[in-house]
Design a protein around this ligand. Structure first.
Ligand SMILES: [Ca+2]
Ligand SMILES: [Ca+2]
Ligand SMILES: [Ca+2]
Length: 443
């Protein structure tokens, strides 16, 4: 996921998930919301469903929540973005740390999860009150290389707390409703759509597409980076005054993942080096507001500000690792045997032995004028499952991403070292890293 997931709430104001860390707590105490955020909740918590909804349904999730309608805004189509708007009636309070899940699925081929708290993360399910109608909007970005054939949208509720703490898969049972088919795993099959073209909605009338700005992708040729070897390992302290970082060039030509020019407010540079023991990484990034709610390693860091490295493991037949670092000091490491496989909670059980230090220029999760942060890390080759460092001249695929958390994770607030479209796990077409041999001393 993540980074598989890339959810994101359809609310467009800068209502960051992480601005309200209290949101993550089911009891909802001590949530301090801005006026804009309170307004967003007010606009999406209704006394009654709207008179016109694209698809009116009555589908019960146990005796707690009933989906009363849903509709698309925009046209579900490969390489494009659309909103799924769902209306839920609260029949009984749901206690605990639950999330809505939405799966975009090409059966047997690919699944893209969009897990989220309610109303753009501002209104956790634990706070939903009996009788309320919740309008919950999810923005779904369909990767350009999505498989052909019918795709499904499946919806449900799962106990995020039980999953994150104990890997228990608890879901609300879909117990009623003739309008939606239910999979055996408590996923409501909402509709089957053809992403090659216009939506084929189950019931109801198609919605007028919401116009979106036309942005032709400008995917550029992927860069090739020469990763120098070093005879002096950097001190992993978040300061880039080490000799290895003083020489050579930093890669600074980050662009949006769709190839558009990058947002200069989050300008990012990356440096790499290696020796017999480790791959070394140094990333500096501008950021006016440092946000990440997660302090635990292997948490869903991609919900906040984050730097991500994807690296294909040389000689391992397409296996790759994903490492992430947040300005909050936490890191995530996961190993995948193939594209997004296994799913991230399983993949993240992998421990690479990465050492990292984050230097922040500003205060994380406080309002104020921040400047950015620096990630410095060493990743042991042996921790990656390699017998030894790569032979000089070895080439492999890699990418670096950076997300600036604005609540809505849209491409405008992301950067990629090599733009490949928006699927962060897609290494086909990513950058090539060449591990260079020792540099001859100057004569
Ligand atoms: Ca250092
Ligand atoms: Ca930020
Ligand atoms: Ca891990």
């Amino acid at each position: 996921m993540i980074a598989s997931f890339r959810i994101v709430a359809g609310l467009t104001l800068a209502a960051a998930l992480a601005i309200v860390p209290g949101c993550r707590r089911p009891t909802g105490q001590n949530i301090v919301l801005t006026k804009d955020q309170e307004q967003q909740i007010a606009e999406n918590v209704l006394a009654a469903p709207p008179a016109t909804i694209g698809n009116k349904v009555e589908i019960k999730f146990e005796d707690k929540i009933t989906m009363v309608g849903w509709e698309f805004k925009g046209t579900p189509k490969k390489g494009e973005t659309f909103d799924l708007v769902m209306y839920f009636r609260v029949d009984q309070p749901v206690h605990g740390d639950w999330k809505v899940f939405v799966h975009l699925e090409a059966p047997g081929k690919r699944r893209q999860p969009f897990d989220h708290y309610g109303v753009g993360g501002l209104y956790p399910i634990a706070n939903w009150k009996k009788g309320e109608i919740i309008r919950d909007t999810v923005t779904i970005q369909v990767p350009g290389d999505w498989p052909d054939g019918g795709s499904q949208i499946l919806v449900g509720f799962f106990d995020w707390g039980a999953w994150s703490k104990a890997s228990q898969d608890r879901r609300l049972k879909v117990t009623g409703g003739a309008d939606g088919k239910v999979q055996g795993d408590e996923r409501l099959l909402l509709t089957t759509i053809d992403l090659g073209g216009a939506a084929a909605q189950a019931g109801g009338e198609a919605q007028a597409p919401t116009p979106r700005p036309a942005e032709a992708p400008t995917i550029t040729a992927p860069p090739t980076l020469t990763v120098p070897t070093t005879s002096s390992a950097p001190t992993i302290d978040g300061k880039l005054d080490d000799a290895v970082w003083q020489r050579g060039e930093a890669f600074a030509d980050f662009r949006r993942p769709d190839g558009q020019p990058g947002n200069v407010d989050i300008a990012t540079t990356a440096r790499f080096a290696w020796d017999a023991d480790n791959l070394y990484v140094a990333v500096t990034t501008k950021d006016a507001d440092l946000r990440n709610a997660h302090t635990a390693n292997d948490a869903t860091l991609w919900e906040g500000d984050v730097v991500e490295l994807f690296l294909q493991l040389p000689g391992k037949g397409g296996e790759y690792v994903e490492l992430q670092w947040s300005p909050n000091g936490s890191r995530f490491d996961a190993r995948f045997t193939g594209h997004r496989s296994p799913e991230w909670p399983e993949a993240a059980k992998f421990e690479s032995g990465v050492k990292h230090a984050i230097h922040t220029n500003g205060d994380v999760n406080k309002d104020g004028a921040d400047r950015g942060y620096v990630v410095e890390a060493s990743i042991p080759w042996k921790g990656l499952g390699l017998d030894a460092a790569p032979e000089p001249g070895t080439r492999t695929l890699a990418n670096v991403y950076r997300i600036d958390d604005k609540g809505t994770h849209d491409l405008a607030h992301m950067l990629a070292l090599a733009p490949v479209g928006g699927d962060f796990h897609k290494l086909d077409g990513a950058a090539t890293f060449v591990f260079a041999g020792p540099v001859a001393p100057a004569p």
